[in-house]
Structure formats: C-alpha cells, structure tokens
Design a protein around this ligand. Sequence first.
Ligand code: ZN
Ligand code: ZN
Length: 339
Amino acid sequence: MRCPVCGGDCLQDAGSVLTTLPEIFTPCDRCTITLLDKRRAPSPAYTPAPPCQCRRRFLDDVFASCYQIFAEEGIITGTEPLSAIATPVVNPGFVMNTPPFLPTQSLVFLSPYPNQKTAERIVSEVPEVQGVVKTGKTVPGITGGHLASHTLLAGCDIQANIFPTSSGDLVVYKELSRLHLEFPRPVNPKIRAVERAIRRENPMLFIDACCGAGTLGLAAARTGTPEIIFNDVYGPAVFWTVVNLMVNQDALHLDEVLLHTILTDLPAVSNDPLLVAEGLGEQQHITIYQGNFDRLPAAIPEVSRSLSALDIFEKDQRQACMTALDRWRSAGGGKAFIP
Ligand SMILES: [Zn+2]
Ligand SMILES: [Zn+2]
C-alpha cells in the first residue's frame, strides 16, 4: 500500500507492522543511553550522540537534536525545558515499559512553534524524525460544528497505533495533523466497553456511529459480529477508517474491500449518509458511511438487534452524551451506549 500522505512505504498491512514488535525500539548491545532531565534546558555544551550502527538512537538524544535546531533557528531561546518544545509521537505507538531507541523515520514531532525552515531542517538533519506537525490551538476534527486541523510542515505524519483486543492486536493508522491523538494504554477502556456490550447483547449488527479512525468498529469486527457499520461525519476520519479496514483485512478474514466513492473526493463534512466502502467476507459484512450520525438510521434497512456505540467528542460533558443518545434514539437508531 502506498502512503496517501507522502507516497512512500510508511503504510503496511497489520501483520507486517505486528511482526516488528516489540524489538523495533529495543537497543542493540552498542546503543548508548544518556538520560536528560526533561524539566530543564539541555546544557548548550551537550552534543547529542549520533545514531548507533544499528541505526537506532535514544529518544532523549533525538529530542535534544531537534531542540538544538529550534535554538539555532531562534524558535526558542534555549532556556525552555526540553519537554516543553514538542510532543513526541512514536510510530508505531504501543505500550512500552522503557523509553524507546528510535530507528530511522519513527517519530512525529508535534509542536506549536516551528516555522517551515525549521521543520524542513529537522526532517533532513534528524533521521529518526518522520514528520513535523505545527499544532493549532484546537484538537483536529469537528468540535462544536467547527473544523480544525494542525499543519504538516515537513515529512509525513501518519502513525500506526497498536490496540490490544481480546481477539488479537489491531493496527490503526491515522494522520496526526487531521485526527486527534491517542496514546495506547495497557487496557483500553473503550475497547473493553465495546467487547462487554457485545457479549451482553450479542447483536447481529454493531454500529460505530462516530467512528474516528475506526478503532472501536474494528474491535467489534474482531468479535465476529456478522454485520458492522462504521460512520463519521468527518471526511478524514472516514478516509482512515477505510484505510484501516484494508490494513486489517487479513485479520478480519475479508475477501475484499470495495470502494463506492473515490477516497480523495470525500468532502470534509457530509450530513446525509454517503456510502463509501464495503468489506466482504464469508462470515461478515462491513459498511462504511460518511454522514451525520442521526441521519444514519434512516439509511440502513435493519436496526433491530443492533447495538450502537456513540463515541462522541465531548464525552466529558454528561449533557452532550445524553443529548447524543436522545438524538440517536429519536432518529430510530435503537440500542446505544457511550463507550
Ligand atoms: Zn507517508
Ligand atoms: Zn544500537
């Protein structure tokens, strides 16, 4: 699969990603480690170690190299704490017990500070950095009816996250400038909630009505639920759900993934449900729509014995959750829960 952001080979099927774990970030015997205090500025005299002959380098040294470029370009004064300049996102992301030794092209650097030149210097001079994203004030996606995204300044910003489920690991890719960040945890409470609800209700149809990059619907598909529907109002979310269905196609035993809409033509927002793609397997049928979640029930023929997860954005607001559930039920959507 070609990477839809950079055209390179950063996108791989789930099996290929999973075989690289966990050794991908494990040091060789010759790798060196210097722990830096991330609450302080690194000493101007400190020279980060170059990559080891195994082409890995300790996270702190990669970060210190980026810090030096920031300082040389006048983006920071050089007195800021090391940890204050950016959020490092490793690719692939999975639960690690020790800090990573990064191979080439395995870190996306998210920061509110860089300009174009600094970003290009970092990508060309720090081999471990795969991409530099300038972050805006708002989390990417749709919040309160407004579209927001960060800006990819240099390199590529796709990242794979590994999510353990009861039926095996899922690989979920996303574009960090256009979808919100998630950090893998040893136990993912939302995936657990979906698996518990499916065990309890044994639905014929599971609907991931606000699917984002598709994690919960994919976890539901791994339980063997015969019919799965994904939906999101936001184009980039639907785009990556389709990619992630293809990435996990073998684990889901799908014979093919059919596209009904050209992925690059997806609108940023679609209110009426647009049929985007289908996954076809002997035991399972998967459909992906783009649209407003409360218009979805009218578009799907059979919602009896269905169970829907409404993974809405403003979940910490109890009122928003109640409103979403009400909207879903009054649209004829049937049984639903907030994971
Ligand atoms: Zn790429
Ligand atoms: Zn090494």
